[in-house]
Ligand binder design. Structure first.
Ligand SMILES: [Zn+2]
Ligand SMILES: [Zn+2]
Length: 352
């Protein structure tokens, strides 16, 4: 039997574990093993597999060493076969149709803020999933717990992304963006000049989530009126318990009720200014709840079905958002990430 690519197998396992929201340390074991093995010349790898000394390499353990040995013999690693056998069930037809219509993802984090992987790794995973683009939306300065980017770091990130885009596979492109904190008065936590340069701006409330409804409403309405904001992220801030252990920043099991505000007023502001409401796909967020999503459909809002991915495997969570969107009859042509990257950017530029 011809040998398989052990690095690809290890990375595939990491991706599938992440998608299943397994504990970070488990995912990391496979990613570090992949990195360690990728550095070895093929001959040394074969010798070590033969001699049984793979697990002596830094970053490689007993389990990952066994996977590599199996790959080299041309056999699908047992570990990989086991996860693929228990993969999630297919989406219902309407959700599947919506999922197929999506061309990208407007909310993605990297290790520049609180994500776990470099931008290029997120981009390659997204291209593998068939995305045409994603918007890189690392956090803004005020969110220090998430290593929010200062204006200087964001400027550096923009230069970096421009270079990456030249080297990425044909047909995939990183759009520039930010998940900017919506401050107490509804203003945005980044310099105007920078916000104006970005392709897409997602704005989210991350603090004082229990504020009184009138103040929260004003805060959200002001943010939606800001010409730089394009998409309102996870609008209620709720956390629901989801299966799996998740990552430290978004640990599941800790729940949080939705914040309270005047939904009609907020949605009316979104419609008036032509902004999109995010349908956040994270299993620990599922935000907004279905009852609010139904009201938003009737109000005539635009939507963006996003993953808020903090790791490559999470990029495949779009299906969760599509399921809820389909249940609430969200029309596909009102979902901005069914649009091409050019049309998306044309829309964001239309309100500055
Ligand atoms: Zn985050
Ligand atoms: Zn957020």
């Amino acid at each position: 039997m011809a040998s398989r690519d052990p690095v690809a197998d290890l990375r595939r396992i990491a991706f599938l574990l992440e998608r299943a929201n397994e504990a970070t340390y488990r995912v990391k074991a496979f990613r570090s093993a992949a990195a360690a093995v990728a550095k070895l010349p093929a001959e040394e790898l074969a010798e070590r597999a033969e001699a049984g000394t793979l697990a002596k390499l830094p970053g490689v353990g007993e389990v990952t060493a066994r996977c590599v040995t199996e790959s080299l013999t041309g056999e699908e690693p047992v570990y990989l076969r086991r996860i693929t056998a228990t993969e999630g069930t297919d989406l219902p037809a309407a959700a599947q149709a919506l999922r197929s219509a999506l061309r990208g993802d407007c909310h993605v984090h990297s290790d520049w803020s609180d994500g776990g992987s470099p931008i290029e790794e997120m981009a390659l995973a997204a291209a593998d999933l068939g995305h045409e683009y994603f918007v890189l939306t690392d956090h803004s300065p005020r969110l220090t717990v998430a290593h929010g980017l200062t204006a200087d770091r964001l400027r550096r990130q923009l230069d970096h992304v421009a270079k990456l885009n030249e080297a990425l596979p044909e047909g995939f492109r990183i759009l520039t963006g930010i998940e900017v904190d919506i401050l107490d008065d509804g203003s945005l936590d980044q310099e105007d000049e920078l916000l104006a340069r970005l392709d897409v701006v997602v704005g989210s409330v991350h603090n004082k989530l229990r504020d009184e409804p009138a103040r929260m409403t004003r805060r959200m309405v002001n943010a939606l009126a800001n010409p730089h904001l394009d998409i309102l992220g996870h609008m209620t801030g709720r956390k629901v318990s989801a299966k799996g252990e998740g990552d430290a920043a978004h640990r599941t099991g800790r729940t949080r009720p939705p914040s309270t505000f005047d939904l009609e007023k907020v949605l009316a502001a979104a419609v008036e200014h032509g902004k999109a409401i995010e349908i956040n796909s994270r299993p620990d967020r599922l935000d907004p709840p279905k009852r609010m999503l139904t009201v938003a459909v009737e109000a005539g809002c635009l939507f963006s079905i996003d993953t808020d991915a903090h790791a490559p495997g999470q990029l495949d969570w779009l299906g969760y958002g599509c399921e809820r969107a389909a249940l609430c009859d969200v029309p596909p042509d009102r979902v901005v990430n069914t649009w091409t990257a050019d049309r998306l950017v044309e829309w964001t530029r239309s309100h500055a």
